[in-house]
Design a protein around this ligand. Structure first.
Ligand SMILES: C[S@@+](CC[C@H](N)C(=O)[O-])C[C@H]1O[C@@H](n2cnc3c(N)ncnc32)[C@H](O)[C@@H]1O
Length: 210
């Protein structure tokens, strides 16, 4: 199921072409070549916008791959902030450090080559944004752990919440079941105000109210 009509998608991406940089285009080409699921140009812009809107300085990513989503967060936070990246694959760390270094975005980067939830538990303090893009079966545990680590007034953001439309049913696999359960938990949480933005594969932005 196309969540965004392809003509609208092309139109929106045309407008976003002003964000082109050599490194960004290289990352997008690598994702295309490998079939690697990056968050994409439109949701990337949304990540930057959310971070800018609250003056975010401290960001924790669960599932960073080779640094594409961190590129967008890094554009927002500047040299005083920090972006924590997580991924169990050391090859992803090497590539992310290369891309983000060459992009010269100033934001300090800390890459944890381990499971995101273990890294979150081992990292002190609260965050302006916790962002999740790990294996989908881990989404509910990521929300349960991540929601406690976002400061009041900060965001929990998570990609693939519409899962190519599979959440609309019939639901007959674990990943879809967990995503649907997580969507319902976030929507029902009275301490949070949230919306699933139906861009690309659906990204939830949840604001912590209290
Ligand atoms: C969809 S990709 C991430 C893409 C990245 N956020 C972006 O937009 O460019 C998911 C990544 O999460 C990693 N991953 C999956 N489960 C994880 C976990 N439990 N902890 C940390 N990373 C995980 C995978 O190795 C993969 O590189």
């Amino acid at each position: 199921m196309n969540i965004v009509d392809p003509a609208i998608d092309t139109y929106l991406k045309g407008l976003a072409a002003s964000d082109d940089t050599e490194v960004l285009l290289e990352m997008e080409a690598l994702a295309e070549e490998r079939g690697f699921p990056i968050i994409g140009r439109l949701c990337g812009g949304l990540l930057e916008l959310l971070a800018c809107s609250i003056g975010a300085r401290r960001i924790f990513e669960m599932g960073s791959g080779f640094g594409y989503s961190a590129y967008w967060f890094s554009r927002a936070i500047g040299p005083e902030g920090e972006v924590h990246l997580t991924d169990p694959d050391p090859a992803n760390e090497r590539q992310a450090l290369d891309f983000l270094g060459r992009a010269k975005l100033e934001a300090p980067i800390r890459y944890h080559v381990e499971d995101a939830l273990a890294a979150l538990e081992a990292t002190e303090g609260t965050f302006d944004i916790v962002y999740c893009d790990i294996d989908k079966s881990g989404y509910r545990k990521a929300w349960d752990a991540g929601r406690a680590r976002v400061r009041v007034g900060g965001f929990y953001v998570c990609d693939n919440m519409l899962w190519s439309g599979r959440v609309t049913g019939p639901i007959d696999d674990l990943d879809t079941e967990v995503i649907d359960d997580t969507n319902k938990a976030i929507a029902a949480d009275e301490d949070w105000r949230s919306v699933i933005v139906p861009l690309r594969d659906g990204v939830v932005a949840a604001l912590r109210l209290r």
